[in-house]
Design a protein around this ligand. Structure first.
Ligand code: B12
Ligand code: SF4
Ligand code: SF4
Length: 382
């Protein structure tokens, strides 16, 4: 027998309650229609903005239609999972170029496994509350399958898509991950919320590499998150001076966003900074050999980029750090480095030897503006 509207509403309320019990801040529901979003996504990929992220080129039919990815899916549950830890120290690595600037989401343990386990618990607990003959079919997803996650989050009203393309919420900012449960139950659909970016363009103006090329449109090939995490090749020379000390991901468009003054901290221990990554020096990280890198980053998302790309990112940051004393340590890694990394080491040595060759005024000005912005907005966390 099909479920009544009342039964479906009750199931939805139970799902919301269970999501909160398992550490999610919100759960909202959308249908599976990707119309509009998919076309824009496809155009974006066709225009080449995705760079080398070939996983975005594959499985287009599955991305367009969730029921292709998991049969019988008629609703997408979007869940919010806050990750901002207590060691925010937002401005510390912006003020001191000798420190590593690592994006907040990567300071602790990798979120994928952690979130998947919790999503699984939500749906299993939900299942156990249902009548035996209720035929529930589902799949949990976190950033792991061809899914337009931000599109469903926006449709469901979890937040709106900011000009920086991330989902943000007027009461919670944007420091959260998204997870989904595809499900076969025709739960009632939630309404989208109003886009409250208005005339603000703070994220666009303060992006260090001008990667946000239009409202809600990124050229990933210029984004520091792409350059330091996804990119397998040399970092374009013209972008290196703009990257400063950002060695893994980038938070600047979120730091610039006024709605993040409303963000909450998480008390999930796994997201706390390990190895003092929120205030560690570039020199310390550069001194790690490969076994130390692999050992210290057990369970961290950073491990996935591999030691050579890690060295590549560090070399660029050291080249931008104005630390003349790092020239010898840079050279000392030559033997351990592959050809691509050696070229970055050469570049860094050149920067430190002749710092006057590159005009950093515009970049430094942007960083100063961002520091000001954060200090005014988030005095407690600055
Ligand atoms: C590929 C990817 C990246 C790439 C490309 C980023 C991007 N913006 O596309 C790179 C490596 C650069 C990246 C970086 C980051 N990412 Co990322 N990334 C993804 C991933 C895997 C796919 C996103 C995607 O499909 N991009 C393709 C483009 C086309 O999508 P889009 O920009 O959203 O464009 C759509 C809209 O803008 C819309 N659109 C365009 N124009 C217009 C105009 C109008 C009027 C409207 C209405 C809509 C609209 O149409 C497009 C198609 O949907 C998702 C997970 C997932 N499966 O969705 C995580 C995800 C988006 N990333 C996430 C995070 C946390 C980050 C970083 C903050 C990490 C960091 N600190 O370094 C940065 C932020 C950079 C940024 N400003 O986006 C989170 C975001 C959570 C949130 N609050 O929204 C996600 C959802 C992962 C997750 N499960 O939590 N990421
Ligand atoms: S993550 Fe950094 S580089 Fe990428 S769009 Fe945001 S501010 Fe720009
Ligand atoms: S900084 Fe301004 S424009 Fe950018 S996402 Fe936040 S509110 Fe929107």
């Amino acid at each position: 027998m099909p479920l009544t509207d009342q039964q479906l509403e009750q199931i939805k309320q139970t799902a919301v309650r269970l999501a909160k019990e398992h550490g999610f801040q919100d759960l909202r529901v959308s249908d599976t229609d990707t119309g509009g979003y998919f076309e824009r996504f496809k155009q974006w990929v066709d225009d080449g903005y995705h760079g080398c992220m070939s996983f975005l080129e594959r499985n287009q039919e599955l991305r367009q239609n969730p029921a292709e990815l998991h049969p019988n899916t008629c609703r997408v549950l979007s869940l919010r999972f806050d990750y901002l830890n207590n060691n925010a120290s937002f401005t510390t690595p912006l003020k001191d170029k000798s420190l590593a600037n690592i994006s907040r989401y990567a300071l602790g343990r990798d979120y994928h496994k952690l979130m998947r386990k919790r999503l699984q618990r939500v749906i299993e607990d939900l299942r156990s509350t249902l009548e035996k003959d209720c035929d529930i079919d589902y799949r949990v997803l976190v950033d792991s399958a061809p899914v337009l996650e931000t599109a469903f989050a926006e449709k469901s009203g979890l937040g709106w898509k900011g000009k920086h393309t991330l989902i943000l919420n007027k009461d919670a900012g944007s420091w959260f991950f998204l997870g989904e449960i595809f499900i076969n139950l025709p739960l009632s659909i939630d309404e989208p919320v109003e886009d409250l970016c208005g005339s603000c363009s703070s994220c666009i103006n303060l992006c260090p590499t001008d990667a946000i090329i239009d409202d809600k449109k990124i050229d990933a090939r210029r984004c520091i998150s792409y350059l330091t995490i996804e990119n397998q090749e040399a970092i374009p020379i013209e972008l290196r001076p703009l990257m400063g000390n950002r060695i893994y991901g980038c938070d600047d468009c979120q730091l610039a966003c006024p709605y993040n003054r409303f963000a909450n901290h998480t008390n999930i221990e796994d997201f706390s900074a390990r190895h003092d990554l929120h205030k560690v020096s570039l020199a310390t990280l550069w001194s790690w050999d490969e076994p130390t890198f692999l050992n210290n980053f057990q369970g961290s998302p950073i491990r996935r980029i591999g030691y050579q790309n890690w060295l590549r990112n560090l070399a660029v940051a050291i080249g931008n750090s104005n630390q003349h004393e790092m020239i010898e340590p840079l050279k000392a890694k030559y033997e351990e480095a592959n050809e691509m990394v050696r070229e970055h080491i050469d570049w860094a040595v050149q920067q430190l030897t002749n710092p006057e060759n590159i005009d950093r005024t515009a970049t430094d000005k942007k960083t100063q503006k961002l520091i000001h912005c954060v200090t005014v907005m988030l005095p407690d966390d600055a």
